[in-house]
Design a protein around this ligand. Sequence first.
Ligand code: PLP
Length: 400
Amino acid sequence: MEKEIALRIHTRAVHAGDRKKAGPHIPVTTPIHAASSFFYESMEQLDRVFGQQEKGFSYSRYENPSTAALEELVTVLEGGQGALACASGMAAIQMAVVTALADRPKSVVAANALYGATVSLLLNVLEPTGVSVRFVDVCNLDALRTGVVEARPGCIVIETVSNPLLRVAPVDRVAEIAREAGAALVVDNTFATPLIARPLELGAHFTVHSLTKYLAGHGDVLGGVVVTDEAHLESLRTLSRAIGPVLGPFESYLAMRGIKTFPLRMERQCANACRVASWLQAHPRVEHVYFPAVAEHPDAATIRRLFPANLYGAVVSFELKQAGREEIFRFMDALQLVVRATSLGDVHSMMLYPVMSSHREVSPKHRERMGIRDSLVRLSVGIEAPEDIIHDLDQALARQ
Ligand SMILES: *Cc1c(COP(=O)(O)O)cnc(C)c1O
């Protein structure tokens, strides 16, 4: 494990978690272990495994070899001490927050620009159980400090890169504030991925991913993962044994297969996104481009401090000039290559209309305050030839 930490991410992605001895042979990739339970030569040994005195598998809600391999892989990629793979990104976020709050005050301070379902989880699931929730602008550290003093949170929830306006949180500074306040920091790292940021190394206590997006990357599997530090690992896994949010062995296999090429895909997607973003910036029909590489980005200093050179993520959001729902629908209907669908991070480029999908439930007034206009679209740039993505956008913009 220690040797693996020193390796580059491209190397870790294809080695970590795999090639466990399975009898006389060693499979080169982890098989799909479709067994719900496991037994041993003797009852004595099964008893030790159940009692967790001996490492081993007993029941797949507790641990499954295919899922454990995936968890080891993601732990190594994120530089954590252990992980829990879940059936969805949302299940992973819930597990992180519930674990964080287990022995802390039942109060959450959350970024005011969060994935829509995370807002619902906080307000519609956790708040009714007695957890107080307050939203603040986490890119404004004074506002965050005030929020923390007033709310005395047990947990702070942020995203490395926000959706869909791509604000970048100063994760290291937020982590300092969290630690001073005794709160656990949960970071949704789905948009940034461990190629760009590893929040645990910046002081976070939990990193969460929707595996569905860049990590698995092929649009064929739903999953999530929580990676955590030594201090929270046991309580995370104990809660999971009771709640059972786990990812199955088939999905674990697919996610792991996807992750092997994730650094390659992500590099290509980031490079493509840079090209698409600068092309869009020069297009006469485009009003505004939201992308971490643009010079006037409000978090430019944070991006320079935290992001590696030339990697800015692969989501580009932009507004069309004088466009409302009708013009956006015409533009999106004219796309021939870019897939009109929700989700992001797949090998193919995808576009969604936040007003219709991710922020549908948010009132128009609240949306306006968040800066999410009717003229805004979000593009997840894929691994295609960038000329072809640009050509498709160009012909669709001509019809808008
Ligand atoms: C998609 C997504 C989630 C939820 O993940 P699911 O796998 O759909 O449950 C959470 N956070 C972010 C930033 C996402 O993009």
